[in-house]
Design a protein around this ligand. Structure first.
Ligand code: HAM
Length: 436
């Protein structure tokens, strides 16, 4: 054996740290979740778009936010010396695409995508180095009705996956209202983003680090104290809910069937991105095992400006596949039949010389929209049946000398072992949809 061979034999079968392999049973779960995402987004009239995972790194450096850019982004230099990023989020790509066709596109745009994202994070429950994200964005209208539509899509998607208000909740906040509080304690505009980012990381750092960071970010102990006490004082106060954009938002959400009890105004909710300008929100699972946000989003009215485009108001959210899967597993809300393969009929071949006949029969049945797999293993019939059983195939059919001679096949229903002898053109009856 050459050295090369030896080395190859020792390659690990583990995927790269923090990413997943999707075996068919995992992919079926993924497809189920993606199917619901598409169904709900399209029910609100959203059109699907997509783009490459490769983007110029600078796309994120202007407005995405310090943590994503400095700590989480995968960046490399290509052979032509360009700095390239694996996309960590979709919003800058969307803004780029809209700005590029600004003149041709007629607003409002309702767009969605289900796309793969990459972030160099410490892998943990609910957080990985790659994930898929549904993004829904409404570009054009300003104001609470558009904000409410975006939150409603998020909520309806959860409901369509079987979740209820007892499982999940919405946290909202507003950058403008937060900025007013900072203005009133005298914190200059240029320091506000640093303060926001620090508050965003509050739960990831120690109390001491947070307090020291605040003194530095706010520019002194006095102003930092004043700021924190002001935030604590305002926290949970109903006066915040009486503010025009928030009251309007609550009313509109309730018109869409989302109870006010499902929503919490959370003054401390920052969202890490610098581009948000108004309402921000997160949807979370109330179960203590799943403390990661299911959705995050908000209004970003100035992002298109970075491309020299005129200001266009926009609002949207991203929802990851990792946390929602944990949530659906926790509450046992994944349909049981996802464990089964998609094969409806498995043809067992009694001896090799019947393989041709089985192939032709299989193809004829596929032409009638039945999902058929033929067993070419040449193994004993008992083993072929075992395989069909393991894959939870609902029906098996036998092709042997006798069947070919009489032109009828033994078909066995696997759930209860019931057998019928059917001619080729009768088999499709088994797969007709049943109506109540
Ligand atoms: P985000 O909060 O960073 O927002 O991500 C949205 C969602 O993606 C999160 O709530 C979470 O479910 C999922 N997610 C994010 N990072 C990871 C990770 N490392 N592993 C697993 N899941 C993750 C954005 O990305 C914004 N661009 C969303 C947006 C769209 N805002 C406006 N339009």
């Amino acid at each position: 054996m050459t050295n090369d061979h030896k080395r190859l034999n020792k390659l690990s079968t583990e995927p790269y740290k923090g990413v997943r392999d999707f075996y068919p049973e995992d992919q079926r779960v993924q497809n189920y979740i993606f199917g619901k995402m598409r169904e709900v987004a399209e029910s609100f009239g959203y059109s699907e778009y997509n783009a490459s995972v490769l983007e110029p790194a600078e796309l994120y450096e202007v407005k995405s936010g310090e943590e994503i850019v400095n700590e989480q982004m995968y960046v490399f230099e290509d052979r032509g010396g360009r700095r390239v990023a694996l996309r960590p989020e979709m919003t800058p790509t969307l803004a780029r695409m809209v700005a590029a066709r600004r003149r041709e596109l007629s607003l409002p745009l309702r767009w969605y995508t289900i796309a793969n994202m990459f972030r160099y994070e410490r892998p943990q429950r609910g957080r990985l180095r790659e994930h898929w994200q549904l993004n829904c964005d409404l570009i054009g209208p300003n104001g609470p009705a558009a904000d409410a539509e975006i939150i409603t899509i998020a909520w309806k998607l959860l409901m369509s996956l079987g979740l209820k208000e007892e499982h999940v909740g919405i946290r909202v906040s507003h950058r403008g209202i937060f900025a007013d509080i900072l203005d009133k304690v005298g914190l200059p505009a240029e320091k506000q983003a640093v303060v926001r980012n620090l508050i965003d990381r509050k739960d990831k750092i120690s109390k001491g680090e947070f307090e020291e960071g605040m003194i530095e970010a706010a520019g002194g102990e006095d102003i930092s104290k004043k700021l924190l006490s002001r935030l604590h004082e305002k926290e949970g106060k109903s006066e915040l809910l009486a503010l025009t954009p928030i009251k309007a938002l609550y009313d509109l959400l309730s018109a869409s069937g989302i109870n006010n009890t499902a929503i919490t105004y959370d003054l401390w909710l920052m969202r890490g991105f610098d581009y948000y300008t108004g309402m921000v929100f997160e949807v979370f699972d109330k179960h203590p095992d799943n403390n990661r946000a299911l959705f995050g989003g908000g209004r970003y009215d100035n992002l298109l400006e970075i491309f020299g485009s005129e200001k266009i108001p926009a609002v949207g959210f991203g929802m990851g596949d990792v946390a929602i899967r944990n949530t659906l597993e926790t509450y046992r809300l994944l349909p049981e039949n996802l464990q089964m393969s998609s094969i409806q009929l498995y043809i067992c071949v009694l001896a090799e010389q019947f393989a041709g006949h089985a192939t032709a029969l299989g193809q004829n049945l596929r032409d009638k929209n039945i999902k058929v797999a033929v067993d070419y293993s040449g193994r004993k019939i008992a083993d072929q049946v075992k395989k069909a059983n393991k894959d939870a195939v609902p029906y098996i059919l036998f092709v042997g000398e006798e069947e070919i001679k009489i032109g009828k096949y033994r078909v066995k229903r696997m759930t209860d072992g019931q057998e019928r002898t059917l001619a080729e053109n009768e088999i499709k009856i088994l797969f007709r949809p049943k109506y109540d």
